[in-house]
Design a protein around this ligand. Structure first.
Ligand SMILES: Cc1ncc(C[n+]2csc(CCOP(=O)(O)OP(=O)(O)O)c2C)c(N)n1
Length: 642
């Protein structure tokens, strides 16, 4: 028996053009089937479930009314795009989502013409839609043509500065474009901040919004059934002064809020907007994250991200783990520090669970801040907390910290403020793919004067680093650690305060020294074991610091060996580059010393398991072993010498 749902209507739809002849009643049926197919697919792949389920009707309505790929439909973050993928020629591959060689979990230009603009980091969609609408008006030429520009953005993503920068610009340029605010009262965690309370007020005052639209003369934009009521409302409103909504003051016509699960509302509103809109329009749509699947609807995160699961019970199929997660270790140590020191505080940008700060938020709510999806603000806010005598930990994923980089430079580093950067998801992260890889932070943090940069080789090292960072008041300090579980090492009874800029020796060998920065140490040890079977015993050292470098240790490794190999989970321009610079400056290469640096390749690696991605990056134990043999000039049997 197949566990696939029965989807007779969806089976006839390969692309949006196939939907054009469907009646509104059939579109309701199509939405139902699309929801079942989405649940079924994600149950086999894992991934983002709740957000997609929340936009099923919206996805159907948009594709029924607009003409993609000519019309540019841009999904913000795009974690909600699975139903869109099913309707746009990718249903046959939907059960390959987020796997090696399969569909990306996000929209991707290289994957489909129906994905006109890739995403995964939030709050870019309005800028992108505006760019498309301006390109259209300037006569830009692309193969699919340039029609409407439509951004779909969540209430969480709308809280980011970039969304407002884009609206401000769009209002000024006054281009025809459509922003759909998908308001489900959820980010990953419940949304925070004034915008979210503002939106709640808007829909608490639903009739008022309709009246206000009328007062602003927007009645013509409303679909026929609404217009009648609107006329009556207008009479009632005569003489009443009504202020514009925030969106109206930014230059958008505002329509809403409307029920985003009711195609009888969505379809007429979208058709009317398409027929009549002139400048920028914002349609405020209310949806429920996880809609139509009870286990998602009732989950704390509304099924935001899930492992593979049993469709009937909703139970997730996670492999049991023995070692604690790095994120958990960070969160636990931080709480211990906060208990002893009331100056310790923490900042997260909409990721309280993902960064392990939930415990801190629970125990010390007055010292734990979720700033919303606002990394730039979060970093500057942390900088000023430090300037005000607090000891802030700014906990962000490596990939999202990229968005706060100028703030790291300008507000933290130049002012030498002791912000502690806890950089989670360092290195390759797996199913989320290239957009989420933490590839660049070693480079972009280590090149900043005065910044201390550490990487934990295992979970015990992370304990030491959290405490070392807390004690470091002289300037900014960062420590990075990967996604997932630790190595299963014994945890220290007492944390150590590490000496800044000092590495540690792991094993002393001969001829070649392997200098690891971060959690490749495990693979390095494995490589060393394999090599010892071949009569080669490398020296292994853990650098701990990319900035400042342990010059003494590195130069001693050079003096005692014929070759040195650095290994790090980061792109070129990071630890290995700093070591190379040191060796070049010290004249080490003048005498022909052999040096190699193992870094991520100069490509964006698509999603796969982290192990697989490191295989692609040629950074697992066998490849470290091969590198040693190569540098020592020992050819492997059956292999050509490099
Ligand atoms: C710049 C950035 N920071 C953090 C994230 C992590 N993230 C992914 S989805 C999400 C919540 C988005 O909420 P919302 O826009 O309301 O969409 P919903 O999931 O509720 O549909 C967050 C914080 C991100 N993708 N980009």
């Amino acid at each position: 028996m197949s566990d696939r749902p029965s989807t007779p209507l969806l089976d006839q739809i390969a692309r949006p053009a196939d939907m054009k002849g469907l009646s509104d009643a059939q579109l309701v049926q199509l939405a139902h089937e699309l929801r079942q197919e989405t649940i079924s697919a994600v149950s086999t792949t894992g991934g983002h479930l709740g957000a997609g389920l929340g936009v099923v009707e919206l996805t159907v309505a948009l594709h029924a009314v607009f003409n993609t790929p000519r019309d540019k439909l841009i999904w913000d973050v795009s974690h909600q795009s699975y139903p869109h993928k099913i309707l746009t020629e990718r249903r046959d591959r939907i059960r390959t989502l987020r796997t090696k060689g399969g569909l990306s979990g996000f929209t991707k230009r290289s994957e489909s013409p129906y994905d006109p603009f890739g995403a995964a980091h939030s709050s870019t969609s309005i800028s992108a839609a505006l760019g498309f609408s301006v390109a259209r008006d300037l006569g830009g030429v692309v193969p699919e043509g340039l029609g409407e520009a439509i951004a779909v953005i969540g209430d969480g993503a709308m809280s980011a500065g970039m969304a407002f920068e884009a609206m401000n610009n769009a209002g000024h340029l006054d281009k025809r474009m459509i922003v759909i605010l998908n308001d489900n009262e959820m980010s990953i965690a419940p949304p925070v901040g004034a915008l979210s309370s503002y939106l709640s007020r808007l829909y608490a005052e639903e009739p008022f919004q309709e009246l206000k639209a009328v007062a602003k003369g927007a009645a013509s934009l409303l679909p026929e059934p609404f217009r009648e009521g609107a006329k009556r409302a207008k009479d009632m409103l005569k003489g009443m002064a009504v202020g514009g909504t925030m969106f109206e003051s930014l230059g958008f016509s505002y329509i809403g809020p409307i029920d985003g699960h009711d195609l009888d509302q969505l379809l007429p509103v979208l058709r009317t907007v398409k027929a009549r809109a002139r400048g920028p329009i914002l349609i405020h749509v209310l949806t429920k994250k996880g809609k139509g699947y009870a286990p998602a609807e009732t989950a704390r995160d509304k099924g935001h991200a899930t492992a593979k699961f049993d469709m009937v019970t909703g139970e997730q199929k996670k492999a049991p783990s023995n070692a604690p997660s790095y994120t958990g270790v960070f969160g636990d140590e931080l709480v211990k520090l906060a208990a002893k020191d009331d100056k310790i505080c923490a900042v997260t940008a909409a990721m309280p669970d993902g960064t392990g700060l939930s415990l801190m938020a629970e125990r010390y709510p007055s010292r734990c801040f979720d700033v919303g999806i606002a990394e730039q603000h979060g970093v500057t806010f942390a900088a000023a907390l430090a300037a005000g005598g607090m000891k802030p930990f700014c906990a962000m994923y490596s990939t999202f910290l990229q968005r706060g980089y100028d703030q790291v430079v300008h507000d933290v580093a130049i002012q030498r403020l002791p912000v502690r950067f806890a950089i989670d998801r360092a290195g390759l992260v797996g199913a989320d793919g290239a957009t989420h890889a933490g590839s660049f932070d070693i480079g972009f943090m280590s090149n900043l004067p005065g910044m201390v940069v550490m990487a934990a080789a295992d979970e015990a090292e992370l304990v030491h680093m959290v405490h070392t960072a807390a004690a470091h008041d002289a300037g900014p300090i960062a420590f990075r650690y990967p996604r997932g579980e630790g190595e299963g090492v014994e945890m220290p009874e007492e944390p150590q305060l590490l000496e800044i800029g000092k590495g540690r020796m792991i094993q002393t060998g001969k001829r070649v020294a392997l200098l690891s920065f971060g959690t490749r140490l495990g693979e390095t040890r494995k490589a060393a074991e394999a090599l010892s079977a071949k009569g080669i015993t490398p020296t292994i050292a853990d650098a701990r610091f990319a900035k400042p470098l342990d010059r003494e240790m590195i130069l001693k490794l050079v003096a005692d060996h014929e070759a040195l190999i650095t290994i790090e989970e980061g792109a070129v321009g990071g630890f290995g580059s700093h070591v190379a610079q040191l060796l070049a400056d010290e004249g080490v290469f003048d005498a022909g010393f052999k040096f190699r640096s193992m870094v991520l390749p100069d490509t964006f690696i698509d999603q796969a398991s982290p192990k697989d991605m490191y295989e692609t990056a040629a950074m697992n134990a066998p490849q470290i072993e091969a590198k040693v043999l190569e540098v020592l000039g020992v050819a492997q049997i059956g292999e050509k010498r490099a």
